[in-house]
Write a protein that binds this ligand. Structure first.
Ligand code: UGA
Length: 459
């Protein structure tokens, strides 16, 4: 099938490469000439596991073309809109890029087009798209608008595409439904070679949920807001655990065993970040307000998340007393592991505050240091976690990269000034760390005092 994807950002590029891998003929457009030139050279603008291999393969096989919006519109009968919908100052999603694409499609396309919104948009955007296509269309354009929210998680987006929990489609005509089904048929029939796992057996009963466009749009915002609520919930419980002498990891395990609650997204920490949860939550609250619904519950979710950093910093100050002039090792900058994305990353919010108080920050992240350098030039960027730990009064774990779970703690004990770990993600095994002479302070009452004297003087 010939498919166009407008926008070579995170969603657009991932979607393009995956659709091409399914066997479709994909044309992906990018209107930033520099970015387009880089892509044409094979340079991807961000890191996502398996994406580069997939992108290269599809390009080599001629299944993925790159070019202008106009060429993309001419190419496919199905056009995915994957342009950005960043937050405006008031929390609303900025839909100007979507509007511009709709107008260009209306003026340029002839014949039938299925216009598919993949970008995260507020409810009733499909209705607006229909209105604008009709307002600006040339005489020959026939169209449907469908909504197809993406549920890809950064760091596991390719895996999520090939093994989805569900595919949601908002489509209000049989033709639109049929085309959407055709696009995803290889996934539904498990007829693809999984680029992530060797010899995996993909499921053949992936739910393909067809709804009206309003419901589909709401499913996306409601899903992200619910997940954000789960995280703030466990963070609130973590605070109580800490105050009352309980262990949040046990509490999370106990409640997560109830299938109505589920174990995932109950990992407490310094809060959620990234370009999805914070902005989608804000947008969802704004949407509800516009419709006169009380969504104060989600305002609390935001507030709890916002306070995570201040609370963590207080914990740090309780240990170090004064920050000025002290070396602080930061492990992890990205908003989550397996990505180089630092947008709304809790680590960066915290680092800014530490620098403002005069701390000397030595940071290491396996992928996100290049992105962070421009934003925080005052930080010393290190080659590995060991270098970051040199002379440090504390090691802060701010992103739960797997690499941090496999370190030589005996060596670390010889490098630090004080053997203290503040784990903002409960990523490490407290006992293992304590066994090497470190004091371990996690989130929600997960802590351990050194069980072996450190080799350090004064420790
Ligand atoms: C999220 C959703 O999970 C995807 O389903 C959705 O498609 C995507 O947003 C989107 O709207 O595009 P993503 O932002 O990539 O995906 O990352 P998540 O894995 O959901 O994590 C978000 C944040 O929550 C991270 O900062 C992570 O550290 C934090 N988190 C996650 C926790 O603090 N605790 C948890 O238990 C889980």
């Amino acid at each position: 099938m010939k498919i166009s994807v407008i926008g070579a950002g995170y969603v657009g590029l991932t979607t393009s490469a995956c659709l091409a891998e399914l066997g479709h003929q994909v044309f992906c457009s990018e209107n930033d000439p520099q970015k387009l030139a880089k892509l044409q050279n094979g340079d991807l603008p961000f890191f996502e596991p398996y994406l580069e291999e997939l992108f290269r393969k599809s390009r080599a096989k001629g299944r993925l073309q790159l070019g202008s919006t106009e060429d993309a519109i001419d190419w496919g009968q199905c056009i995915f809109i994957c342009v950005g919908t960043p937050p405006l100052d008031n929390g609303d999603a900025d839909l100007s890029a979507i509007e511009r694409v709709a107008r260009t499609i209306a003026k340029r396309a002839t014949g039938y087009r299925l216009v598919i919104e993949k970008s995260t948009v507020p409810v009733q955007t499909a209705n607006q798209l229909c209105r604008h296509l009709s307002l600006h269309k040339n005489n020959q354009l026939e169209y449907d608008v469908a909504s197809n929210p993406e549920f890809l998680r950064e760091g596991s987006a390719i895996e999520n595409f090939f093994h989805p929990d569900r595919i949601v489609v908002g489509a209000e005509s049989p033709r639109a439904q049929q085309l959407m089904q055709e696009i995803y048929q290889p996934v539904l029939d498990a007829k693809f070679t999984c680029p992530v796992h060797k010899n995996c057996q993909p499921r053949t009963n992936v739910p393909f949920l067809v709804t009206d466009t309003n419901s589909s749009e709401l499913i996306k915002h409601a899903s992200n807001s619910f997940l954000a609520m789960k995280i703030s919930f466990i963070n609130a419980v973590a605070d109580l655990c800490e105050a009352a002498g309980a262990d949040v990891s046990k509490v999370a395990e106990g409640i997560g065993l109830d299938p109505r609650i589920g174990a995932s997204f109950l990992q407490p920490g310094i809060g959620f970040g990234g370009f999805c949860f914070p902005k989608d939550l804000q947008a969802f609250v704004r949407i509800a307000e516009k419709f006169g619904c009380d969504f104060s519950v989600f305002k609390e979710v935001e507030k709890i998340n916002h306070n995570r950093i201040a609370q963590f910093k207080e914990k740090l100050k309780k240990e170090l007393w004064v920050l000025r002039g002290k070396k602080v090792a930061v492990w992890g900058l990205a908003f989550k592991p397996n990505t180089d994305d630092i947008r709304f990353a809790p680590a960066l919010v915290l680092i800014r505050q530490l620098l403002a108080e005069g701390a000397i920050v030595q940071a290491y992240d396996p992928q996100a240091m290049d992105n962070t350098r421009n934003e925080l030039p005052q930080v010393t960027y290190c080659n590995d976690p060991y270098q970051a730990a040199e002379g440090a009064e504390v090691i802060l774990v701010l992103t739960e990269w797997d690499e941090f779970r496999h370190l030589d703690w005996s060596r670390l004990a010889t490098l630090v000034e004080r053997p203290l770990v503040l784990d903002g993600r409960n990523a490490l095994k407290s006992k293992d760390v304590a066994a090497h002479g470190f004091q371990y302070v996690g989130i929600g009452g997960v802590s351990a005092m050194p069980t072996q004297a450190s080799s350090l003087v004064g420790a």
